[in-house]
Design a protein around this ligand. Structure first.
Ligand SMILES: Nc1ncnc2c1ncn2[C@@H]1O[C@H](COP(=O)(O)OP(=O)(O)OP(=O)(O)O)[C@@H](O)[C@H]1O
Length: 237
């Protein structure tokens, strides 16, 4: 599922916080989106998901302009933040609810969660806990798993490594890599963790003040060094 971005701008007051000219994310790519706080990563994802209205330009998922039709929603999974969750449900109730919206019965939902047992680490299912009482990391896991339930061709995750313990971070990298390999899905992941991003991505976009200032593929040693230098310089300033 290609994503095509045309002259996309988001402006707050007098500030242009996102300004991406022509940019295409190709089917099957794992795009890592990196950049410092306020660079525009979340804004870009929200525009792609039609959660924000662009001031200029447009976004297509496949052949569909995202603000003109709902068709892309059947093939897209996303987890941005806790607002995607329903906190008075248990994880099971939430998964079944999401499953129902995608015409999946409970048995199918249960089956689709089986491959993610390592990621759930015995702390998500069967706990009889409401989502609001889960730890931040476990809430994050529920959101990511719900985004995967419909086996999307496009998966968008905003800072998915946040709140996860090291072994869960590793499980998530494995999960994303395997999902991409098995389904050919396009995956977009933003992260402040350069090591994880480099490890999982087939392409990396570096955002600065709303603009993509580097589009890196393939991710070779030279590219890694360039990214490391960029963030080191930024932190020393
Ligand atoms: N509703 C809003 N009103 C005004 N400015 C906003 C609004 N939402 C975001 N911004 C601004 O847009 C810019 C980009 O924010 P965004 O959240 O996209 O950055 P980010 O790269 O995701 O940052 P972080 O790494 O801190 O999550 C920031 O300067 C932010 O303050």
């Amino acid at each position: 599922m290609d994503i095509t971005i045309n002259h996309l701008k988001k402006i707050y007051g007098k500030r242009t916080v996102l300004d991406v000219d022509d940019y295409t994310i190709h089917s099957g790519e794992i795009l890592g989106l990196v950049g410092n706080n306020g660079a525009g990563k979340t804004t870009l994802f929200r525009l792609i998901l039609d959660l924000l209205k662009a001031d200029e330009g447009n976004v297509y998922i496949g052949e569909t302009e995202v603000n003109q039709s709902e068709a892309w929603k059947d093939t897209t999974g996303a987890y941005m933040d806790e607002s995607f969750l329903i906190d008075y449900l248990t994880p099971e109730e939430y998964f079944y609810f999401v499953g129902k919206m995608c015409n999946l019965d409970k048995t199918t939902v249960d089956q689709r969660l089986v491959p993610y047992e390592r990621f759930m680490n015995g702390e998500i299912l069967g706990q009889k806990k409401l989502i609001r009482n889960l730890s931040a990391g476990n809430k994050q896991k529920v959101g990511i798993l719900a985004a995967l339930l419909n086996q999307p061709q496009l998966l968008i995750l905003d800072e998915p490594f946040n709140f996860l313990d090291p072994s869960s971070q590793s499980a998530l990298k494995h999960l994303l890599h395997t999902y991409n390999q098995e389904t050919g899905a396009t995956i977009l992941v933003s992260s402040h963790n350069l090591t994880h991003t480099i490890e999982i991505s087939t392409r990396i976009a570096l955002l600065e003040h709303g603009k993509i200032i580097r589009d890196i593929t393939p991710i070779n040693d030279e590219a890694k060094q360039e990214l490391e230098n960029y963030f080191e310089i930024e932190t020393q300033e």
